[in-house]
Design a protein around this ligand. Sequence first.
Ligand code: ADP
Ligand code: MG
Length: 236
Amino acid sequence: MIKGEKIYEGKAKILYKTEDPDILWQSFKDDATAFDGIKKGTIIGKGVANNTISSNLFKLLKEHGIESHFMEKVSNTEMLVKNVEIVMVEVVVRNISTGSLCRRYGVAEGIVFEKPIVELYFKNDELHDPLMNDDHVVALGLADQEELATMKNQALRINEILKEFFSTIGIKLVDFKLEFGRFHGQIILADEISPDTCRFWEMGTNRKLDKDRFRQDLGDVEKTYHEMMQRIVRKS
Ligand code: ADP
Ligand code: MG
């Protein structure tokens, strides 16, 4: 496979063409942003950690019957993925209250929800990714009813699989964000699953093991990404 022309550079990753129009080369960067891109920085080793963690988690999901864009890891920071048409809706699943949910609804951090909350956000940086409901998604033509149902069902399945996996390595899966895409008429999981897109709290201590260490200047940011990678790799 040949790494071709760069087609998109985002905040965390770069996508390149390959000789196969169905396949992209996805490269993970060390760059980090938070709060709508207002806070910027570099987390040395994040590209390696996020590529490794995402690869392992996509493989785990595949073993449980969840299809994703992941094809193969081609280097420490790169993977081959299926070239999908991204659905411009971010699907968030929350098991424990924190972050924007606490600010929006005025509730304390750390409330364990009996049933996970699924939230939908419009993937639109200029509009600051506004929260939306099912009707907005369909009315604005971002996805049809059936696609939306598939994404929400898969998100909840993924939550169960990942919650179980992380519990075996002493970590609570607090919440996470997913992106899906269309590939030859089928909805599949895309983008990444990493400490950039999930919140992880260590069982017993509630130590934060994700991008909140960068967002909130909690220190040990590089060390934490490395630790998460090691914990996941050891178990995979
Ligand atoms: P952003 O700053 O827009 O979040 P990222 O740095 O996360 O960008 O780069 C990845 C971009 O590529 C995202 O816009 C994401 O939606 C998109 N993407 C992820 N997986 C795929 C895929 N398999 N095919 C096409 N686009 C993808
Ligand atoms: Mg992104």
